[in-house]
Design a protein around this ligand. Structure first.
Ligand code: NAI
Ligand code: OAA
Length: 335
């Protein structure tokens, strides 16, 4: 016997839209669906491609034992009402390139994606992945209006962020775990700053189940692991020759999505729009943030040494120069 359902009760799962159904985007869709976190909309400009990926993922549901819906589309209308929008659209770098070499081409793609996405999901939280990460996150903040005061003077900067620190920290943790032969999950580390050569790994805060790595490894070894972390993305680009990492990046975004959707308040390194924190203003850079259902709940200001502060400042200065470059290009192109 069936009970008639009350039409006022709407049973819906959260919706995460992923703009750019390439390697990072499609792997992220898989992670989110298989963790049963949300229904997923995969959007790309290539006709048929996101639809094919979505169908493939849907056909795995019975085997993977989840019931999340995955929709593939080329039309932003299908992203309407998303709780979270992840932007992975844009080009990955090729061997020999820096992430900053993608600035001009990806700025236009990301700004267009952000404007289209917010028009259909005005309350969404935005997570940016496209490189160069910190500059793209800044541009998304501007394009969506989330980092500008609204008519009431309120800035919704907590709803825009970039993924980099979770990945860079996971790499640092991996290299520490490999060096010591311990379980990766027992290693905790934090990498701040920009997602590039000027990132700021913090060995002082790295530990194995509470034991500082400075008690387990000598200074030259730690410096070697720090340098490998800084070069972590390029190492994979050089090995693969056809693009960059995507498994670990997708895992990194999925923990941010999870912390937001499940209101976990996890403390994670996140590229955030700063207004005075760490002495930095009107810039996006990686800092420790609490992530919950509203997005960035707070920025934690660590008691950094003078050297760490200086490294963060240098990192921010380089992001600032690229923001200026991107804005000149977008203004000239009337975007
Ligand atoms: N923040 C981070 O830690 C990481 C950033 N990345 C960056 O993420 C981006 C994506 O990387 P992959 O997935 O490996 O590249 P990919 O080439 O596999 O996928 C990019 C997708 O974007 C789509 N696209 C291009 N223009 C678009 C538009 N206007 N609208 C919608 N879709 C569009 C392409 O058709 C393609 O399917 C790159 O910029 C890469 O550098 C990658 C890994 C880590
Ligand atoms: O290195 C790249 O181009 C992709 C990326 O940001 C990473 O894997 O860290």
């Amino acid at each position: 016997m069936f009970y008639s359902s009350d039409p006022s009760i709407v049973c819906s799962f959260p919706r995460v839209s992923i703009i750019g159904a390439g390697r990072v985007g499609s792997t992220l869709a898989q992670r989110i669906a298989e963790k049963n976190l949300a229904d997923v909309v995969l959007l790309d400009i290539v006709p048929g491609m996101p639809q094919g990926l979505a169908l493939d993922l849907m056909e795995s549901r019975g085997i993977e034992l989840h019931n999340r819906r995955i929709i593939g589309t080329n039309d932003y209308i299908d992203t309407a009402g998303s709780e979270i929008v992840v932007i992975t659209a844009g080009l990955p770098r090729k061997p020999g390139m820096t992430r900053d070499d993608l600035l001009i081409i990806n700025a236009k793609i990301v700004v267009e994606a952000a404007k289209n996405a917010i028009a259909h999901s005005p309350n969404a939280i935005f997570i940016v992945v496209t490189n160069p990460l910190d500059v793209m996150t800044y541009l998304v903040g501007q394009a969506t209006g989330l980092t500008r005061p609204n008519q009431q003077g309120f800035v919704a900067k907590h709803r825009v962020m970039g993924m980099a620190g979770v990945l860079d920290s996971a790499r640092f943790e991996t290299f520490i775990a490999l060096e010591l032969g311990v379980l990766p999950a027992d290693v905790k580390a934090m990498v701040l700053g920009s997602h590039g050569d000027l990132m700021v790994p913090l060995p002082r805060y790295a530990n194995v189940n509470g034991v500082p790595i400075t008690e387990l490894l000598d200074a030259p070894t730690i410096e070697r692991l720090v340098q490998r972390t800084r070069n972590g993305g390029a190492e994979i680009v050089e090995l693969m020759q056809t693009g960059g990492a995507f498994f670990a990046p997708a895992s990194a975004v999925s923990v941010m999505v999870e912390s937001i959707l499940l209101n976990q308040s996890r403390l994670l390194p996140v590229a955030a729009y700063l207004q005075g924190e760490y002495g930095l203003n009107d810039i996006v850079i990686g800092v420790p943030c609490r992530l919950g259902c509203g997005g960035i709940e707070s920025v934690l200001e660590l008691n950094l040494t003078n050297e760490e502060k200086a490294a963060l400042r240098v990192s921010a200065q380089s992001v600032g120069l690229n923001i200026d470059r991107a804005q000149e290009i977008l203004t000239a192109a009337k975007i």
